[in-house]
Each structure stands twice: as C-alpha cells, then as structure tokens.
Design a protein around this ligand. Structure first.
Ligand SMILES: C[S@@+](CC[C@H](N)C(=O)[O-])C[C@H]1O[C@@H](n2cnc3c(N)ncnc32)[C@H](O)[C@@H]1O
Length: 326
C-alpha cells in the first residue's frame, strides 16, 4: 500500500478546543489517515471515536494508524452528509457485538469534527487525478464507488453549467473563456490535456501571477465531482441535532464558500432573535432559545510556526460552537 503522509492541521488548537467536552463519542467526519483522531483519542481516554471517510484508501491507512486504540475506535465508509445514518450504523454494530445492550442508552455524541477538503495523499497520488501536476485519466473522486467523475463534468456538462461552477467554486475570473476552451477541445482525456487547455485560455499576463493557472479550475471541478458544498450543508444540519449538551462542532474550512457556510450556520444556531430586533429598533417580544453558543467569535488561523512547517495550512479557518442545555 502507498504511504499515507498528511500533517494534521492546527492539531494543538483542535485538542485544546475539544478538551472541555463531556465524556462520550467523538465523531470525526473526515478521518483521512487518522492524524487528528489519534491525538484526540490520546488526549481523551474517556471518549470513543467514530471515524467517517468516503475514501477507502484513507480508511485503510487510518485503521492501521489507530489499531492501538482497539475497540475505542470504529470506522464508517460513507459521506458525512448522512451523519445521523453513520452514527446509527455505529450504534447497531455496537449492539450486534454486545457492547451495548437492548434498552441501554446510545453513547452521547460530544463532538463533531470536520477537517474539510482533500488530504495530501489524494493530491499527491497521481492516479487519483486530483492534480494538474500529473498526466493521468480525469477522475477526482474521493469515493471510487460513485459514478460521477471529472471526465463526465469536463466532457458532458453544458458550457454555461461548466462556466458557472468554475466561477463559483474556483472563483476564476476567466471562467467563461476556460469553459469555452474546454468545450471546443472535447473530448478531453487526461489531467495534462485539461491543464494545457486551461492555461492557454487564460491571458498571458494573468498566467504569470497567482500560482498555476489551472489550480482554480481543478479545484472547482473537484468540488463539483464530490458535491462538497451540499455535503457540508447536510452534515452541519445533522450535527446540531446529534450533539448532547456541552458537545461541540469544530470545523476547519479551506475554501471561502465553505467557511462562509460554517459561519452562517453557527450564527443561526446561536441566534436568539435579539439582533433582528436591535436592527429594527423594536422591543424584544419573543426571544428564541438558541441551540448553540459560539466558542470562537472570529475564525482561528494557524500560528506562524505551523505555516512555515506546513504550507498547506495556509488557507484554513477554524470555527467552534457548543450545544446548549435544552
Ligand atoms: C483534510 S483530510 C483529513 C485529514 C485528517 N484530519 C488527518 O489528520 O489525517 C479530509 C478527508 O476527508 C474526506 N472527506 C472529504 N469530504 C468528505 C465527505 N463529505 N464525507 C466523508 N469524507 C469526506 C476526504 O476523503 C479526506 O480523506
């Protein structure tokens, strides 16, 4: 098996921010190679951990890395969009192996952790087709069981659909030119061909600034193939109902659209309606009961020493909210 090398981002902060949660079940929605999971299991001997990932390669690596924790850790191969279903599967399995008896209360979920985006091995293993640095078949699936691949998006989407996803997910100024160039060049078979088409579609002066010219379009196609934003919306919506009192949601986002979604959700959960009344200069008639309180008012960023050691942490934004006693 190829090696899984991924440095856990903001590891110190993650462990510290999850230290106050009560004993129970930590759900790591983006297990990867289990870097954060191992640190959390070491730091919290009173907790178990359910690791979810839709990438079979990541799960295999995590099982090896976390083997020393025995039955304190369990694994589910699934999208975290269906979080409740994953936790349900875990509970059924616990029951089947006799670790939970009928009528016994299911373990309380005390933390939902998301370290979004791709892992280093997903980018670095050429055959996965995530990177413009290699010339391989267009793929980009985190879960190789799904049928939608980058080849379908690149060769079958309408030009307008392609332009809009490149503009939205890639924040590419020249999205329409890039989409048109792709459509004219069809069929496109490999990541190398795609990178050349994109590069040639971008004006020469812009090509020399802001990293590889294909970077933004590749990111956009990856986010479409893996339905990254819709999954995040579903996962966040489910997390708030799964958590017990004092439990925390901790999310690390690397893309501005993802971070905006996390920020908005956390604001909604913690809103008691007072701010609407203050804006409208109205007396507070019915204050709502907020579901959560914000632990981080502003997103946390990595310390300078981490940025030097791990440049991939550069764009991360970490936010945390805590479930209130209802
Ligand atoms: C940044 S890596 C996580 C690395 C991990 N925290 C560690 O320390 O090793 C993100 C992982 O989340 C997985 N992932 C991303 N979106 C997912 C989703 N919607 N459902 C399940 N897994 C997902 C990816 O396959 C990848 O392995």
């Amino acid at each position: 098996m190829a090696e899984f090398t991924h440095l856990p981002v903001m590891a110190r902060e993650v462990v510290e921010l999850l230290a106050p949660v009560p004993p129970g079940l930590i759900v790591d929605c983006t297990l990867g190679g289990g870097g954060h999971a191992g640190l959390l299991l070491d730091a919290r001997p009173d907790c178990k951990l359910l690791g979810i990932d839709r990438d079979a390669f990541a799960l295999t690596a995590a099982k090896e890395h976390l083997a020393r924790f025995g039955d304190r850790v369990a694994f589910v191969h699934q999208e975290f969009g269906q979080l409740r279903d994953a936790v349900q599967q875990y509970a059924v399995r616990q029951h089947a192996v006799g670790r939970q008896t009928v009528g016994q209360r299911q373990e309380t979920v005390v933390a939902v952790f998301m370290d979004l985006g791709v892992s280093s091995p997903q980018l670095d293993h050429a055959e996965r087709g995530f990177s413009y640095r290699y010339d391989v078949a267009l793929d980009m699936r985190m879960d190789s069981r799904q049928s939608l691949t980058a080849a379908t998006v690149v060769n079958e989407y309408e030009e307008s659909e392609l332009a809009s996803l490149i503009a939205r997910y890639g924040e590419e100024r020249f999205a329409r030119r890039v989409a048109h160039a792709i459509v004219v060049a069809r069929p496109v078979a490999t990541t190398g061909e795609l990178a050349t088409i994109i590069t040639n579609a971008i004006p020469a002066a812009t090509r020399r600034t802001g990293g590889h010219p294909a970077k933004r379009t590749f990111q956009a196609i990856r986010m479409e193939v893996n339905r990254e934003l819709p999954n995040l919306a579903d996962g966040l919506d489910e997390s708030v109902h799964l958590l017990g009192p004092g439990g925390r949601v901790l999310v690390m986002a690397y893309h501005s659209l993802e971070d905006r979604m996390v920020k908005q959700r956390m604001r909604e959960w913690s809103d008691d309606g007072r701010s609407d009344h203050a804006v409208a200069k109205l007396p507070i008639v019915h204050a709502r009961q907020p579901l959560m309180k914000l632990v981080t008012r502003k997103a946390l960023r990595p310390q300078p020493d981490e940025l030097v050691m791990n440049p991939r942490s550069e764009s991360v934004r970490l936010r945390v909210a805590e479930k209130l006693v209802s």
